[in-house]
Design a protein. Structure first.
Length: 80
């Protein structure tokens, strides 16, 4: 499952959570429940906005000779 960042303009907080692509998170209450954090004083029905963020690719291009890729089925795994 991918990670997503959501921002609440009302309280200025940004949280990162993991969920399926078809799932929707629209309110502060939804977000904090999934993130496992306290709601605080922000009303549960306060809208949140999904942020667009670029993923950080894991590659061995930094010269790390011990890089092994991220998994056996991944295209970044060096071939023998």
């Amino acid at each position: 499952m991918p990670y997503y960042e959501y921002h609440c303009e009302t309280n200025g907080c940004t949280l990162e959570i993991r969920h399926g692509m078809s799932e929707r998170v629209e309110t502060w209450g939804d977000l904090v429940e999934r993130a496992g954090v306290e709601r605080g004083r922000t009303p549960a029905d306060t809208p949140v906005e999904k942020l667009i963020s670029a993923p950080v690719p894991l590659t061995g291009s930094a010269g790390d000779k011990d890089f092994r890729g991220c998994g056996s089925g991944c295209a970044c795994v060096p071939r023998a």
